[in-house]
Design a protein around this ligand. Structure first.
Ligand code: HEC
Ligand code: HEC
Length: 433
């Protein structure tokens, strides 16, 4: 009995004939407008996203032949192209413009995406597997020993352990514990973390990841104006006594788009306070977070940051009226505090793409594996953001997150949200009339 409606739905949802490509200015403009409106009215429906990504790829020659349409749809095209790449373009699971194989194999400093030999030491890796107080102390002592051979303090490694509040390792073992090592070099810095076993009765975690920040130009050794980063997951393989390190991509064929969360390539670490040994590791943690912050905004190889939309929380916004603030904060904020709410919405004063990576799509809506979005974590749970704002109550913080999302994704009073307005490029179309 149930088969019939499903069959009809399926047929209805699968166009028998693929729609022809728009070919002239009016038909492109019409498609641009209709699709953008439908995408936001549907709350970013996944089918519309994928269909639009596919149509854009198919109709690229027609679009190239109409220069005004190409120009006035450049935001729209870049967004749908970039955000569907990982699912529509074979061999691009990372979502980068270059194929995954090339991302991992061709780069200015090939060592930047390799683990330092010293971290493949068998005894060291076994200590991490044992993961009791004594073996972790031995593993930390091993790093201290390495540091004694490094004469210049700028190149000393920094190691500590913490529990992530955000996400388990990507190996299905639910491991939240991390053995973190910061490894500075002249030309690049590596931020490396090994997953530590969560459940002593469960499986050993395999995940090891690195964020590598390239600081200088290969060949000349001159400082890059904007540093660049690549990210990679390794995979521990345990074969009897030996622990080999392969890559997650080669071992499983699975990887994902790191930029969906790593808007700033180096994300500050916010350990679970219940499990963090502040006396022992607090100073080290702060040094590492300060090093991460010292890079400023970082470009990600293979990613055009601006393709994921404008930054959330700009300094000024046409939407931020008293009516909007009252509506989006929905009773969480006293009327007298609404002006303050408008002030603290200016996240892009710092997250502007220059000082730090911009918080653009999907920072406000993508849930992390442990729940919550990147934005709500730092604003509500960690109460770290907006930096320096110490006067906000928890309901005000919740309202802040809601208002940022409403402003970015939903819009108000007939005005589109910031992401939609950016995508529509009305000024461009009007100027071309
Ligand atoms: C769901 C969001 C999310 C995704 C996707 C994600 N990360 Fe992260 N990652 C984080 C957060 C949040 C932190 C900060 C540490 C913490 O508090 O857990 C982090 C930290 C790290 C760190 C430690 C250095 C640093 O920046 O703090 C490494 C290394 C890392 N991630 C690698 C990766 C790699 C490689 C990928 C893609 C294959 C990836 N991550 C994808 C959320 C994510
Ligand atoms: C005065 C500058 C400033 C303002 C304003 C600010 N931030 Fe930040 N933000 C930072 C700095 C600096 C860090 C890194 C913190 C660290 O190293 O511990 C950061 C980190 C973050 C992160 C982690 C991802 C990343 O970029 O590292 C998120 C998410 C975040 N901020 C959200 C927000 C939101 C949402 C707002 C507005 C409500 C906001 N911030 C306003 C300076 C700022």
């Amino acid at each position: 009995m149930r088969a019939l409606p499903w069959a009809i739905l399926y047929l209805a949802a699968t166009p028998a004939v693929i729609a022809p490509c728009p070919t002239d200015l009016p038909s492109f403009r019409d498609w641009h407008e209709r699709t953008t409106r439908a995408f936001f009215a549907s709350n970013l429906d996944d089918d519309i996203l994928l269909e639009t990504g596919a149509t854009l790829r198919r109709c690229q020659p027609q679009l190239d032949a109409v220069p005004v349409a190409r120009k006035c749809m450049s935001h729209f095209s870049s967004f749908f192209e970039a955000t569907t790449r990982e699912r529509l373009l074979g061999g691009h699971l990372l979502g980068a413009s270059m194929p995954d194989e090339q991302y991992f194999s061709e780069m200015p400093y090939p060592e930047m995406l390799e683990l330092p030999e010293a971290l493949k030491d068998q005894q060291f890796l076994r200590w991490l597997d044992e993961n009791d107080d004594a073996s972790i102390t031995s593993a930390l002592g091993y790093i201290d020993g390495l540091n004694e051979t490094i004469p210049d303090p700028r190149f000393e490694w920094i190691a500590f352990i913490y529990q992530s509040q955000h996400l388990p390792t990507p190996d299905g073992t639910r491991a939240l514990g991390r053995f973190f090592v910061y490894v500075p070099h002249e030309d690049f810095d590596q931020y490396i973390q090994f997953g530590l076993q969560q459940d002593p009765a469960g499986e050993l975690p395999r995940g090891v990841s690195v964020v590598a920040v390239q600081k200088t130009e290969a060949g000349t050794g001159l400082a890059l104006e904007t540093p660049r980063a690549r990210l990679k997951d390794f995979w521990r393989k345990r074969d009897g006594e030996r622990i080999e390190i392969g890559t997650r991509f080669e071992e499983t064929g699975v990887v994902e788009n790191c930029y969906r969360c790593h808007k700033q390539a180096t994300l500050p670490i916010t350990p679970d306070p219940r499990a963090f040994d502040e006396d022992r590791f607090g100073a080290k943690l702060r040094r590492v977070n300060a090093r991460m912050a010292s890079h400023g905004a970082i470009d990600l190889d293979g990613f055009t940051r601006s393709a994921y939309g404008p930054p959330m929380g700009p300094r000024t916004s046409p939407l931020r009226t008293p009516e909007f603030l009252a509506a989006c904060s929905a009773g969480r904020v006293e009327p007298a505090r609404l002006a303050r709410l408008a002030e603290v919405m200016r996240c892009a004063g710092c997250h502007d793409g220059h000082q730090r990576g911009e918080l653009n799509h999907p920072s406000g809506i993508q849930l992390q594996p442990q729940g919550e979005t990147l934005v709500s974590f730092y604003v509500v749970n960690h109460q770290k953001m907006p930096l320096g704002a110490t006067d906000l109550s928890v309901p005000e913080r919740e309202a802040l997150v809601k208002c940022l999302n409403a402003e970015y994704y939903q819009g108000f009073g007939g005005k589109p949200g910031l992401l939609e307005a950016w995508m529509r490029q009305e000024e461009c179309w009007q100027a071309s009339e």
